[in-house]
Design a protein around this ligand. Structure first.
Ligand code: ARG
Length: 460
């Protein structure tokens, strides 16, 4: 018999039970559902809406059910539809009449909104912790490689010399913003909807603040229809997940490129790579590729939920049950990906010798050669033209700028003097890029310091 069976002459078709039930995926909300029901029952008892002895019985019964679920002693029933009605019917089965009072001044609509908010608050906290770990790994590597010169790219073409530490700290900034985005999303998730009931609130003299306090919410919702009808907080959460995945995916893409035979910048740790079933020589960056791939699925979760919500009239509609699988998927995927990304990145080694070789190509110091002439009083545009011609000459003679003879330099411009060689050494180029936010070793160390102070200021 269904908890809502009174109005029906016939029982539900099994196909409908199969089709509309959500217990297969919302059972993971049992903890939140029970916490919400305990707080609700306590409030009903305290306000005299139900007898306080009955409230006690309900709470005791719910906690026993929780324990048994955790001990694996409870099998949920498909006919009971979802986690909310499974738990409520288990309670009634066990404690009888008092159990039937639990749903006073409540609807599954505010109940499910509450459960998701409670769940998301935990998920956000976990993701923030993982992001904090990721940021501190990046700060460590930023420090380690503060003076390690690598080519910087635009259009995937060598552009100017930078430091590896600077490159890594660029990602630190992205993940820091991701972390802050999740903190911000938390604020809009931390709102307690119970008391909104189906859509129109309740006639009982409930105490919503008491429930919010017991459940650790900062605020209570201000409109009963809005509280049960929107899932913008879930959409915001999946957006945060998507942006984070986009950042992680870009980083993975770079690692994949660096790991290619053509680049050969990095060596992935054996424990973080996989082989090929046919080609014995292969060592593939599967972890990085899969993170890149899973980014697509998180974007999919976001678009699914946006699309589910876009045409719904007020207030609750069953369509909204489709919110959970995508939400769980996005959160699980993000946690999984950060957890594996950290050791994968941490165990990468950089092939210093090979990178040094590659630094000789691509005229990374061309801008600096132009700057040299600017220091001598030549307008930048003119200097740009002179060095452009010189690079053209070097390409034809297959040599880097620093291999030109003094005579060749002088032919290009009489302003060149012997100190040009030092000036365009890559160490010199990087060291001079010393404005705040720049790639010079000292600025990288400064950014690591600021980054670490930030990490320490996070009280989590
Ligand atoms: N399982 C439902 C969901 O996840 C719970 C809310 C059901 N409410 C209703 N009016 N049928 O959305």
């Amino acid at each position: 018999m269904k908890l809502w069976g009174g109005r029906f002459d016939k029982s539900t078709d099994e196909m409908v039970d199969d089709f509309q039930g959500s217990i297969e995926f919302d059972s993971r909300l049992y903890k939140q559902d029970i916490a919400g029901s305990v707080a609700h029952a306590r409030m009903l008892g305290a306000k005299g809406i139900i007898p306080s002895e009955d409230a006690e019985k309900i709470i005791k019964g719910l906690l026993e059910i929780k324990k048994e679920i955790e001990d694996g002693k409870i099998g949920f029933r498909k006919e009971a539809e979802d986690i909310h009605m499974n738990i409520e019917s288990l309670l009634i089965e066990r404690i009888g009449n008092p159990g039937k009072m639990l749903h006073t001044a409540r609807s599954r609509n505010d109940q499910v909104a509450l459960d998701i908010r409670l769940y998301l608050k935990e998920e956000i906290t976990e993701i923030i912790k993982l992001l904090k770990d990721l940021c501190s790994t990046l700060a460590d590597k930023g420090e380690l490689y503060a003076g390690f010169i690598i080519p910087g790219y635009t259009h995937l073409q060598k552009a100017q010399p930078i430091t590896l530490g600077h490159h890594i700290m660029a990602y630190f900034q992205m993940f820091r913003r991701d972390l802050e985005r999740f903190q911000d999303c938390y604020k809009r998730t931390d709102i307690m909807p119970l008391g909104s009931c189906a859509l129109a609130g309740t006639t009982y003299d409930i105490d919503r603040e008491m429930v919010a306090k017991e459940l650790g919410f900062a605020r209570i919702s201000e409109n009963s229809m809005d509280a049960v009808a929107d899932r913008d907080f879930s959409i915001e959460f999946i957006s945060c997940c998507s942006i984070l995945m986009m950042h992680m995916s870009r980083f993975c893409e770079e690692i994949i490129i660096w790991n290619s035979n053509e680049f050969g910048f990095v060596e992935m740790d054996d424990s973080m790579s996989t082989g090929s079933s046919i080609m014995p020589q292969k060592k593939n960056p599967d972890v990085a590729e899969l993170i890149r791939g899973k980014t697509g699925r998180v974007y999919g979760d976001l678009i699914s939920l946006l699309t589910v919500m876009k045409g719904l009239p007020m207030a609750y509609n069953k369509d909204m049950q489709e919110d959970k699988e995508v939400l769980f998927d996005a959160s699980d995927t993000v946690k999984n990906c950060i957890s594996i990304f950290i050791p994968m990145f941490d165990s990468i080694s950089f092939n210093e010798e090979n990178i040094k070789e590659k630094l000789k190509e691509g005229y990374l110091n061309a801008t600096d050669a132009a700057d040299y002439l600017v220091e001598k009083g030549i307008p930048f545009r003119e200097a740009h033209e002179i060095i452009g011609n010189l690079v053209n000459y070097c390409i034809k003679h297959d040599k880097p700028l620093e291999d030109l003879s003094m005579e060749e330099f002088k032919d290009a411009s009489p302003y060149f003097e012997a100190n040009i060689y030092d000036y365009i050494s890559l160490e010199g180029c990087v060291k001079r890029r010393d404005t705040f936010g720049g790639p010079s070793p000292s600025r990288v160390l400064e950014s690591v310091k600021i980054g670490r102070d930030y990490i320490e200021s996070l009280h989590i």
